[in-house]
Structure formats: structure tokens, C-alpha cells
Design a protein around this ligand. Structure first.
Ligand code: C2E
Ligand code: MG
Ligand code: MG
Ligand code: MG
Length: 286
């Protein structure tokens, strides 16, 4: 009986795997034609300075809009793109488009605004990345520090020496680097010591249960204080409630991002938000 069960389990498992492989293949070819047909769009989520209450920058977040108007989440299609070279094409497009959009906002009088762009592992380790960044900075004439590249810890563990070399090249151009989802991956204090980093983003899993989760309180406070002692900006991700905002203000986190202020919106809406002067009314003032 046990053997039968095991066999059955195996059968189910292999059917499921087969189905998943087919689904992934279908998703990959759909994504390739989405790139061709320009169905990808960049949304922007504002980042708010907790000292002034104003929008200091935006994070570029990819959206795949299907013909029926629904969206496929980047959490679903980025991993698929990462398994092929499609991610390089998509990544280069995001970098160029988001910088050109930022340039427009600068020209409209929002010269203080920065843009943060997420890099995938393949893109980060691609030999051509620094040259590509140089090209786009020359083309747009943006101040390099208004460009911020977000990488996750997991990208860094693969090849630490190479990662340091690439980060130093990027940093030498004046472009800023953020560690995204800090604390979620294989966090190592060695990264903070050796890598030229400007920003820590507190992973939203530590923000979600604030201010009640006592472990989250300890972790969030420690990350903020670690960042501040290292002279890094600290951005709280996923701030959804006034209590979470108050926590971040109280503990002198430098910036916040989250649905409480705004979700990611398209470039036009973001432009309107900038013109309206939207800001946090209850910003912490020293
Ligand atoms: P991420 O870089 O950590 O981005 C933050 C995610 O949290 C975004 O999800 C954002 O919409 C979501 N978020 C922001 N505020 C809140 C909040 O208050 N509550 C909750 N529950 N969620 C919030 P999104 O847009 O679905 O992106 C998911 C991930 O996909 C990103 O995580 C990033 O890793 C990746 N991604 C997005 N765009 C790109 C891209 O252009 N290139 C690459 N390589 N990855 C990208
Ligand atoms: Mg990010
Ligand atoms: Mg993040
Ligand atoms: Mg995240």
C-alpha cells in the first residue's frame, strides 16, 4: 500500500512538474511577444523624505498590461525573463526609458527627483552594464546621483569579487546603489563593509507587523540605526498604516515608500502628483 502511495505521489508530482514547465514555456513566449508589441509599461512609486514630507524620488516598477487590460505581476514574469536573455533586453529598456522620463520631470522643474531602478542578477553581472549607464547619463545629461540602482543581496553572493568590481565602477560614475529587500536574503555585514552602498531598503516583511510585532520592532530599529551609523539612507518599504509611518518617523528612518502614500502609478499620474505638490502632512520635524 505504501509503495502504491509513493508511486501515485510520484505520478502526481511529475504531472505537476510537466504542467509547470509547459506553463513557464508559454509565459516565456508570451513575454517575448509582449516585448515586441510594447505591452510592457513602467509605473512609478513615489518615495517620500520623512524629514520634509515631500517626494524625493520614484522607483520604476515594470508592468505587463495584457490586451484585456489586466496586469501580470513582475514577481511572476521577471523570474521567467531572468532564465533567458530576455531580461537583458527588458532591463536595458527599463533603464533607458526611466532615465528619459526622469529627464522630462527634471525639465518640468522637479530637478531634485531621483529614480530607482531594479537590476536583475544577469543584468548586474553583464559586462556591458557600466558602459550602458554611461551612455544613458551622457544622452540625458542627468546628474549621476539622481540615478539609483537597486540590487538584492542574493545577487551579490554569487561572485563577490566581481560584484565589488562592478559596484565600484558604477559608484565611480556617481550613480547611487541601494540594497533592496535588506534582511530578507543572505544578509551579510561584510557587504556593508566592502560594497560602495548608499541606501538600505528595509524589507517590507519587517514593516508589515509594526508596531506590534516585537521582533519586527527590534529588527527594524536595528536596521535603521545600522544604516544611519554607516551614513546610509534608510528607506522603509511597504508602509501601509499611519502607525507604521509614525514608527519610521520616531526612529528617524530617512525615507518611506508604501501604499499609505501611494502605490505605483503611471508616468502621467505621477507627473500630476508632482505638480499638485502632494506631501505628508504629518512629517517629522526635528
Ligand atoms: P521590489 O523592488 O522590492 O519592489 C517593491 C514591491 O512592493 C513592488 O511590487 C511594489 O508595488 C510593492 N509595494 C510597494 N508598496 C507597498 C505596500 O505598501 N504594500 C505592499 N503589500 N506592497 C507594496 P511589484 O511592483 O509587484 O514588484 C515586485 C518585484 O518585481 C520588485 O520588488 C522587483 O524585485 C521586481 N521588479 C519590478 N520591476 C522590475 C524591473 O524593472 N526590473 C527587475 N529586474 N525587477 C523588477
Ligand atoms: Mg526595488
Ligand atoms: Mg524591495
Ligand atoms: Mg520586495
Amino acid at each position: 500500500v505504501q509503495e502504491e502511495c509513493a508511486d501515485n505521489g510520484y505520478l502526481h508530482y511529475s504531472h505537476r512538474m510537466r504542467r509547470e514547465i509547459l506553463e513557464q514555456a508559454a509565459l516565456k513566449s508570451a513575454l517575448a511577444s509582449a516585448v515586441q508589441n510594447q505591452e510592457l509599461e513602467i509605473f512609478y512609486q513615489p518615495k517620500v523624505c520623512l524629514n520634509t514630507g515631500t517626494i524625493s524620488g520614484v522607483e520604476a516598477l515594470l508592468r505587463w498590461r495584457k490586451a484585456d487590460g489586466s496586469f501580470i505581476s513582475p514577481a511572476e514574469f521577471i523570474p521567467v525573463a531572468e532564465r533567458s536573455d530576455l531580461i537583458l533586453e527588458i532591463g536595458a529598456w527599463v533603464l533607458k526609458s526611466a532615465c528619459r522620463q526622469l529627464k522630462k520631470w527634471h525639465d518640468e522643474g522637479h530637478g531634485h527627483l531621483s529614480v530607482a531602478i531594479n537590476l536583475s542578477g544577469k543584468q548586474f553581472h553583464d559586462e556591458q552594464l557600466p558602459a550602458m549607464i554611461g551612455d544613458i547619463l551622457r544622452e540625458t545629461a542627468l546628474p549621476p546621483q539622481s540615478l539609483n540602482l537597486e540590487i538584492t543581496e542574493n545577487i551579490l553572493i554569487d561572485n563577490v569579487e566581481n560584484a565589488i568590481r562592478i559596484m565600484e565602477q558604477i559608484s565611480a560614475m556617481g550613480v547611487h546603489l541601494s540594497i533592496d529587500d535588506f534582511g530578507r536574503g543572505y544578509s551579510s555585514l561584510t557587504y556593508l563593509k566592502r560594497f560602495p552602498i548608499n541606501v538600505l531598503k528595509v524589507d517590507q516583511s519587517f514593516v508589515r507587523d509594526l508596531p506590534h510585532g516585537h521582533k519586527d520592532v527590534a529588527i527594524a530599529m536595528s536596521i535603521i540605526s545600522l544604516g544611519s551609523r554607516l551614513n546610509l539612507k534608510v528607506v522603509a518599504e511597504g508602509v501601509e498604516t499611519p502607525e507604521q509611518l509614525a514608527f519610521m518617523q520616531q526612529h528617524k528612518c530617512t525615507e518611506m515608500q508604501g501604499f499609505l502614500f501611494s502605490k505605483a502609478i503611471d508616468a502621467e499620474e505621477l507627473g500630476a502628483m508632482l505638480r499638485s505638490g502632494k506631501h505628508l502632512s504629518c512629517a517629522y520635524r526635528p
